[in-house]
Design a protein around this ligand. Structure first.
Ligand code: SF4
Length: 148
């Protein structure tokens, strides 16, 4: 990862992009356990047991392409909704996160995103996703359509 580049990175990205890196590992109710240094996604994927979906146990970061369904033309619509409605980790201090210098979510909402980021899942099994999760994940649902 080039820390001098101006391009931003998405902290909840697919693992199959060439530049993708491991952001952290899901660690129960405390949420994501962040890595101090980025590890290439390919190296992390090699450790995932067969039959396990990598994004069920890990989160990856990759370039913000500005082409995903969440991009509004001016920024990331997903983090706008996360900042409004996603739960925070109680008593959680800001994660020590290697991505902060390039993170699109940080640039848009600063600590508001970081306090919610540990509990974000890139993908959840249908049976695990509640109504709020569906609304956050659906690009067609705008911030004004979220429960208050
Ligand atoms: S939102 Fe904050 S904690 Fe999450 S990846 Fe970005 S800088 Fe790191």
């Amino acid at each position: 990862m080039d820390h001098t580049e101006d391009r931003t990175w998405c902290p909840s990205a697919p693992a199959d992009r060439p530049e993708a890196v491991l952001l952290g590992v899901h660690a129960g109710s405390d949420g994501l356990s962040y890595l101090n240094e980025p590890v290439p996604a390919a190296e992390a994927l090699a450790l995932v047991p067969e039959g396990v979906e990598a994004t069920s146990i890990m989160r990856f970061a990759a370039h913000c392409t500005q082409k995903c369904g969440h991009h509004t033309g001016t920024g990331c619509g997903l983090v706008t909704k996360v900042a409004l409605a996603a739960p925070t980790v109680p008593g959680h201090t800001l994660p020590r996160c290697h991505l902060r210098g390039q993170c699109q979510w940080w640039r848009q909402t600063g600590v508001t995103a970081c306090r919610r980021c540990p509990l974000v899942r890139t993908e959840l099994a249908e049976t695990q996703a509640d109504d709020l999760t569906h609304k956050l994940a659906d690009p067609a649902v705008g911030p004004h359509d979220l429960p208050t």
